[in-house]
Design a protein around this ligand. Structure first.
Ligand SMILES: Nc1nc2c(ncn2[C@@H]2O[C@H](COP(=O)(O)OP(=O)(O)OP(=O)(O)O)[C@@H](O)[C@H]2O)c(=O)[nH]1
Ligand SMILES: [Mg+2]
Length: 311
């Protein structure tokens, strides 16, 4: 088994990968396939035409629109992706950070549903009739990339989405009871990031979505030693579900003194054992360090890697 990229300076690492990387930097990691997937072996779920409209540079991601939890349903989804036909709606209260109040069940979004909601500037959407499928709104023309953000509750997923979209982290942990999404434009495409809450009753739904996205980001609380075995178990369930999906494991909360080293995390998460054909990265991060100021958001390097993988 090849243990990928040594921790070079460009990744903010310090050598063997056994030491803790600097918070906020890309950490020693393991890349098992040298080239990013340039639309290669894994078929894009939405082979859409090239982006239209005014391209915006990646650096402007902070100004991206944030769509907090549009209430959407799965209507129309089944027609594009057959595997969606069995996708369940989340039988959970609809309260999501910044989103509408509790009422009824959520159907989790995928790119198409998110695009529909965004194009209509909706925070909630009703089921769409079948014959609207052919009417593609302007936003539908934009090329999309989809990233699923998972991890145990409290790992930092919502914080990641907030910081990426230029918002300050929230004080304390406000659990996501359904999903949470953000769309970030780049000059070449738009990136939809979808968080599904990490509480135990929501983890069941994670696997329904891994085959629908381009990259999986799995956020781990590096200081949560006790629950690491659960994180490992959930991560490997997802890996088993889609053997080709590139995975970025974010070892978050590296600012905490009790945070595990990258070597330890690599071992405890069982990353060495992962199939050589898969792209797997382990990145150290402090997405929202508890201490005073920090120079750059802890998301910068994660975002750069995502862009590389999605290009
Ligand atoms: N010390 C420290 N705390 C962090 C960091 N990132 C996030 N947090 C905190 O971790 C807590 C949980 O963050 P969330 O983003 O809400 O966690 P989540 O993964 O979305 O959790 P669920 O929605 O319940 O699945 C919050 O209090 C954050 O401020 C970090 O890098 N360092
Ligand atoms: Mg959350």
């Amino acid at each position: 088994m090849r243990l990928g990229v040594p921790a070079g300076p460009e990744f903010g690492g310090r050598g063997s990968g056994a030491s803790r990387a600097q918070p906020g930097r890309l950490a020693p990691l393991r890349r098992l396939r040298s080239a990013p997937r340039p639309g290669g072996s894994r078929e894009k779920p939405h082979p859409l035409p090239p982006a239209v409209g005014t391209p915006r540079p990646v650096e402007e991601a902070g100004r991206a629109s944030v769509r907090n939890s549009p209430r959407v349903w799965n209507s129309g989804l089944q027609r594009r992706r057959s595997s969606h036909s069995s996708r369940p709606c989340l039988p959970v209260p609809g309260r999501v950070e910044g989103g509408p109040g509790p009422s009824g069940a959520f159907g989790l979004p995928s790119g198409k549903v998110l695009r529909e909601a965004a194009s209509r500037n909706l925070t909630s959407a009703s089921p769409q009739p079948e014959d609207e499928e052919d009417e593609e709104p302007a936003l539908e023309e934009l090329e999309q990339r989809e990233v699923l953000v998972l991890g145990l509750d409290g790992a930092g997923k919502s914080t990641f989405l907030r910081v990426l979209s230029g918002k300050p982290p929230l004080e304390g942990h406000i659990p996501t009871w359904g999903f949470n999404s953000v769309r970030l434009p780049t000059k070449d495409f738009e990136v939809d990031l979808l968080e599904i809450g990490g509480s135990q009753n929501l983890r069941f739904y994670w696997k329904e979505f891994v085959s629908e996205v381009d990259v999986l980001v799995f956020v781990v609380d590096s200081a949560d030693r006790l629950r690491l075995p659960w994180a490992r178990q959930e991560l490997h369930k997802l890996l088993d579900k889609d053997p080709d999906l590139p995975v970025v494991v974010v070892a978050n909360k590296q600012d905490l003194s009790e945070a595990m080293s990258m070597g330890e995390l690599q071992r405890e998460l069982g990353l060495q054992a992962i199939d050589n054909q898969r792209e797997v990265f382990l990145l150290a991060a402090s997405i929202a360090p508890a201490g005073p100021s920090f120079e750059e958001p802890g998301t910068v390097h994660i975002w750069k890697l995502l862009l590389e993988l999605l290009s």
